[in-house]
Design a protein around this ligand. Structure first.
Ligand code: FES
Ligand code: FES
Length: 172
């Protein structure tokens, strides 16, 4: 057992764990954040997807000992306090979840995709989301929700007033 400090969702957690314990188990069983799911445990299904320094990773595949002290982890709980992140709202709007088991991993992958590519095509979505398996077959709605979230994000960006231009000295 070794002591670790993990930055998860902007908060520091001091934990003691076996160095070989997968990050997923630390998140769920030691820290107690249960939104991230255990699916295959083999890096194949994406249910355990979280962000490490902003990049989506399979937390079942990373031993806790490989996480550096200054790295940041974000789980589904960190997206928004009220569950109203723009992607979560699109998921509700399109009634994506069926059993729901895969959906936190799906949403974390979708958020990472939209951060990297604000206007993804169907092919971009299929490529980015291909590692997230849904046994209920919600893929069509996932695609619709991602397009909807992308559009809402673009609208929100347009509506945000840009910083006022510097006042030019009068020439008269
Ligand atoms: S549980 Fe990690 S990829 Fe399936
Ligand atoms: S909603 Fe059931 S596994 Fe995806």
């Amino acid at each position: 057992m070794k002591p670790y400090t993990l930055m998860i969702n902007g908060k520091a957690y001091s934990v003691t764990a076996d160095p070989t314990m997968p990050l997923l188990w630390v998140i769920r069983d030691v820290v107690g954040l249960k939104g991230t799911k255990f699916g295959c445990g083999m890096g194949l299904c994406g249910a355990c997807t979280v962000h490490l320094d902003g990049q989506p990773i399979r937390s079942c595949q990373i031993p806790i000992d490989l996480i550096k002290r200054n790295q940041t982890i974000m789980t589904i709980e960190g997206l928004s306090k009220a569950g109203d992140h723009i992607v979560q709202k699109a998921w509700v709007e399109h009634q994506v979840p069926q059993c729901g088991y895969c959906q936190s991993g799906q949403i974390m992958s979708a958020v990472a995709l939209l951060k990297a590519n604000p206007s993804p095509t169907d092919a971009d979505i299929d490529a980015a989301m291909g590692g997230n398996i849904c046994r209920c077959g919600t893929y069509v709605r996932i695609r619709q929700a991602i397009h909807s979230a992308a559009s809402a994000m673009r609208q929100a960006k347009k509506a945000t007033p840009s910083s006022p231009a510097k006042k030019q000295p009068s020439v008269r």
